[in-house]
Design a protein around this ligand. Sequence first.
Ligand SMILES: Nc1ncnc2c1ncn2[C@@H]1O[C@H](COP(=O)(O)OP(=O)(O)OP(=O)(O)O)[C@@H](O)[C@H]1O
Length: 311
Amino acid sequence: MQPILDISDLRKSYGDGFEALKGINLQIEAGEIIALLGPNGAGKTTLISTICGITTATSGAVTVGGHDTIRDYRAARAMIGLVPQEINLEPFEKVINTVRFSRGLFGKSPDEAALERILRQLSLWDKRDSQIRALSGGMKRRVLIAKALSHEPRLLFLDEPTAGVDVELRKDMWEIVSALKEDGVTIVLTTHYIEEAEAIADRIGVIAKGELLLVEDKASLMARMGQKQLDVQLSAPLEAIPPLLAKYNLTLCDDNQTLTYSYDTRAERTGITKLLSDVSAAGLVLRDVLTRQSSLEDIFVGLVHEEKEPS
Ligand SMILES: Nc1ncnc2c1ncn2[C@@H]1O[C@H](COP(=O)(O)OP(=O)(O)OP(=O)(O)O)[C@@H](O)[C@H]1O
């Protein structure tokens, strides 16, 4: 099946020569939620702006639903909704007029039923005649989403939808995103929050210094997180792993005194009991044991760190 979004070798250098995107390749299937995680300045906003035609790419190509975002800009843009980071609403305008106006900007014919459906979906229907300035911060964010949905796009970009919002509002936002997915909208969101990516994304991309360092199914990332390491510290150094312990796939650390064993915390049997009894049967004396777990955060920090300080 043709991906709804296809980005190939996308590069962006700003006027001062700074390369904000260094050859991004990414395909997104219809109906997915993908979270792009990255530190400040990684290039997330630049990537979204380039796809949406707000910024011009230096080279590379992007298609949305098969439409090239440059040659076939209108058709591509009509399929995209963008929820920007900043709240940029007209304070004296009524909610419904704001959303109606956005729809008009895309040249879509008026459709009051569509507006009602969007406003109801975002729990804004009761507020349709309120002025924007009278709304809470959370409601204003909902209006931004309603505006982005006003022309019924198939692909929605949310640029840091929960930056600086409280925990309750963040959860609200996550529910909205899940409901949109149920409706068949494909969602790309950028975030600094690892737990946000964990909570709602199907796939996670890590971006740093203009490069996409990893794109992976959340499930397989979680499987990596399920891996734990057991460090068995011995009272004396070893020359090599004894043959009796060969079957455990152990690593002997640089100090020659620590054996590391990886296991899956979710497996029925971790093999730890048997390992420890075989360690003793091999005549080794334990000094200490400790366990470590790699989290998505470790994976993320490790990747971004490697990128910052290439060895
Ligand atoms: N108009 C511009 N001119 C020059 N450099 C720019 C411009 N816009 C962005 N940059 C630079 O490009 C890099 C990527 O910025 P971008 O806003 O895309 O990052 P981001 O990942 O969205 O960061 P944040 O999480 O802080 O929003 C940054 O180093 C930024 O300073």
